[in-house]
Ligand binder design. Structure first.
Ligand SMILES: Cc1cc2nc3c(=O)[nH]c(=O)nc-3n(C[C@H](O)[C@H](O)[C@H](O)COP(=O)(O)OP(=O)(O)OC[C@H]3O[C@@H](n4cnc5c(N)ncnc54)[C@H](O)[C@@H]3O)c2cc1C
Length: 363
């Protein structure tokens, strides 16, 4: 039996992968957390837009995961089930300064080996006629599409249960004891081959109380909103300087996201709604046509070097970490599950993935 702590998107991807490889899986989650990252996320699958100059290993991980998304989910029936779109992403330049910025971004992306396309104002408005008419142009990223996290979560949970996986929710799940393959949680006792820690921003809390170890990481709060429109306004994902907008099924638009260091605060606050509304107002016309549906807060788990932690602990090899996915957990779900499976099966981990191991923090 493999026991997974955390049923966010990372825990779910891993559970599905393990069950497909004939492992028995029990997932524990807690009832004490409401702002998990997965339920607030927008679901963009956009490795090149997200990459920064000093993040080579992370970019390669994101690209590998995007390939798995394309391979495993593109088949139409599955794509529909998880809301995987066939659309692209446009980085919009609202003024001449932003036009220079997207030209610079194009150069950077070209230097790392990928091509994008600058569209002028007329070409951009031809693709997206409902944008503001005073934009200056855009940068087109082919194949940078998106998925709907709620549908994805539903799909994965259904699959896991149908393959015999078990998902349990518990109050006050703050620590465990794991010695000689016996797992103790309060008065529960199990025999377990391995434990996998996927508690997102809360992973450190669980590890500190259970194993007395701590990683240099912190929660980074994000808020997203959903609006309903009268007609389908946009075909593609639109990325502005401070916000992004993703069209969803049922004439909906998902808008993300704030990024704040507010500790473990889980409530949505007015400054966050103001931030998103202000930048929406500066980016799109006719806001009166957007009908408010939902606002969600989520805590991203963010490691000091910006990379996720995936791999076994040095002092207890049968505890595997899988957290710290920051802004990219939906995109990175498939590749994370593949790497964790290799750790569970005790296969040799490809060199490029060893980088993400807890060993980089000597843990
Ligand atoms: C506003 C916002 C927008 C985002 N947009 C995107 C995007 O467009 N594309 C993208 O790729 N990523 C995006 N992300 C990032 C992505 O959502 C996260 O990286 C991903 O959801 C992390 O998944 P997770 O399973 O690690 O963590 P979470 O989803 O946070 O799940 C952690 C789980 O652990 C459980 N847990 C906590 N403590 C315990 C415990 N003691 N025992 C057991 N279980 C416990 C929690 O209840 C929760 O279910 C966004 C994030 C936010 C906040």
């Amino acid at each position: 039996m493999i026991v997974i702590f955390g049923s966010g998107i990372i825990g779910l991807f891993i559970a599905k992968k393990l069950l497909e490889n004939k492992k028995k899986v029990l997932i524990f989650d807690t009832l004490d957390v409401s702002a998990n990252a997965t339920s607030a996320s927008v679901g963009m699958l956009a490795p090149l837009i997200e990459t920064k100059p000093y993040e080579n290993q992370l970019l390669s991980l994101m690209i590998d995961s995007k390939k798995l998304w394309d391979k495993d989910f593109k088949e139409n029936k599955l794509a529909n089930l998880v809301g995987l779109k066939k659309n692209f992403s446009l980085l919009i330049a609202k003024d001449l300064d932003e036009l220079e910025e997207i030209k610079f971004k194009k150069q950077f992306i070209s230097r790392i080996g990928y091509e994008t396309q600058i569209l002028d104002k007329k070409e951009t408005l031809k693709i997206e006629p409902n944008l503001n008419s005073n934009i200056e142009g855009s940068l087109l990223f082919n194949e940078h599409n998106q998925v709907e996290p709620k549908l994805l979560e539903f799909f994965l949970k259904k699959k896991i249960l149908s393959m015999g996986g078990i998902i349990k929710k518990k109050r006050s799940l703050q620590s465990f004891k794991f010695v000689n393959n016996i797992l103790k949680i309060d008065d529960l006792k199990f025999s377990a081959e391995k434990l996998i820690i996927c508690c997102g921003a809360w992973s450190n809390k669980l590890l500190e109380k259970s194993e007395n170890i701590s990683f240099p990481m912190r929660p980074v709060k994000g808020v997203s909103m959903i609006f309903k429109t009268e007609k389908n306004m946009f075909k593609n994902n639109l990325w502005f300087k401070h916000i992004y907008v993703a069209p969803r099924k049922g004439k909906k638009l998902a808008v993300g996201a704030t990024e704040d260091e507010k500790g473990f605060e889980e409530d949505v606050t007015l400054d966050e709604i103001f931030f998103l509304s202000k930048h929406l107002w500066e980016s799109l016309p006719e806001l009166e046509k957007l009908k408010y549906q939902e606002v969600k807060a989520g805590l991203r788990s963010t490691v000091v070097d910006g990379n996720p932690i995936i791999g076994e602990l040095k002092h207890k090899k049968n505890i595997i970490c899988s957290f710290g996915h920051h802004r990219h957990g939906i995109l990175l779900g498939p590749i994370t599950a593949k790497i964790v499976l290799d750790y569970v099966l005790e296969k040799k981990i490809p060199n490029k993935y060893c980088f993400f191991s807890p060993k980089r923090f000597n843990l």
